[in-house]
Design a protein around this ligand. Structure first.
Ligand SMILES: [Ca+2]
Ligand SMILES: [Ca+2]
Ligand SMILES: [Ca+2]
Length: 305
């Protein structure tokens, strides 16, 4: 078997030396709606609906902010997909996103999605994944400084792999790996899940911080320069408001309170509804004022690096 056809979940830290090799078992056509959370992509922009929910992009529009840069390119570059911006230079990029169970299915698993944008002249089948030279992923908890907890212990098998060759934006690669149930993952919060890859000799890293909130697992998504949205991993059904759908989401202000071994603790000081595509602001949003939220490493590096 050719090494480059393989994707490795490298186990380091607590299980030093244990390496699990996973071969992509499924290759599905880009776009369209089929079974799992990793495959439902209503607007066919190569970002599953569940991923767009977590990142606040519009799952019904392949260019949320209308600036002609596709959602995929802006998301994978950790740019600003909801506000018009300058074109992204052609470059290798990678972005990790965790999503929760879909309310439309009985699948209780969380998913890790790793998206790559690969710049290569090759266009044959598998050219994108062939360009990925190494792939490591792990979980970190602030209390275990320096320890990388092997994510293969959380992986549930049956990964989804998709690849799309574009005209000007390189090859897009999606690798989605089902993890344990949201309940089990909740037991190790707060944590950061990381992926590190090498593409064309270039080292790429992306992490997502997961925090514990009363509604489940949430991540903090930057909304503008100083405010954030605490977005649950699991989409909630849209609520009809007077017959029309709301497109607003709860944006929060946070004040730093203290710093400890689990990370930096913030108090939510304000919560208000703002436009955010097709997302729904819960009627209970204002309830989060006064919540104490602990984020590993604080709000730095939110949105990837
Ligand atoms: Ca999509
Ligand atoms: Ca979209
Ligand atoms: Ca755009």
């Amino acid at each position: 078997m050719h090494r480059k056809h393989l994707v490795t979940l490298l186990a380091t830290g607590l299980a030093a030396g244990a390496v699990t090799w996973l071969v992509p078992t499924r290759s599905v056509a880009a776009g369209g709606v089929s079974g799992s959370v990793a495959e439902v992509d209503t607007d066919n922009d190569f970002l599953p609906d569940a991923v767009e929910w977590v990142l606040l992009t519009n799952s019904l529009n392949d260019d949320t902010d209308g600036d002609t840069i596709p959602d995929f390119v802006e998301v994978v570059a950790a740019a600003n997909p909801r506000h018009a911006s300058m074109p992204e230079p052609p470059d290798q990029q990678m972005r990790l996103v965790i999503t929760g169970p879909s309310p439309a299915t009985s699948d209780p698993r969380t998913w890790m999605h790793v998206f790559h944008r690969v710049m290569t002249n090759e266009t044959g089948t598998g050219a994108g994944v062939m360009a990925i030279e190494s792939f490591d992923t792990w979980l970190e908890r602030p209390e275990w400084a320096g320890l990388r907890f092997p994510l293969n212990m959380f992986a549930a098998g049956g990964i989804v792999y998709r690849e799309r060759v574009t005209t000007n934006d390189g090859i897009w690669v999606q690798l989605s790996i089902p993890l344990v149930s949201e309940q089990i993952l909740k037991a190790v919060l707060p944590c950061t899940i990381w992926a590190e890859t090498t593409v064309g000799g270039q080292s790429l890293a992306s992490g997502m911080k997961l925090i514990d909130v009363p509604d489940g697992i949430a991540t903090i998504v930057p909304y503008d320069s100083s405010r954030f949205v605490m977005q649950t991993l699991t989409p909630v059904p849209l609520v009809m408001d007077g017959g029309s759908q709301s497109n607003r989401v709860c944006v929060i202000d946070m004040a730093e309170e203290s710093s400890g071994p689990s990370g930096t603790t913030y108090i939510v000081t304000a919560a208000e509804c703002e436009d955010a595509n097709e997302l729904e602001c819960s009627a209970t949003c204002p309830d989060c004022v006064g919540w104490s939220v602990t984020i590993p490493g604080g709000t730095q590096l939110l949105g990837g690096r």
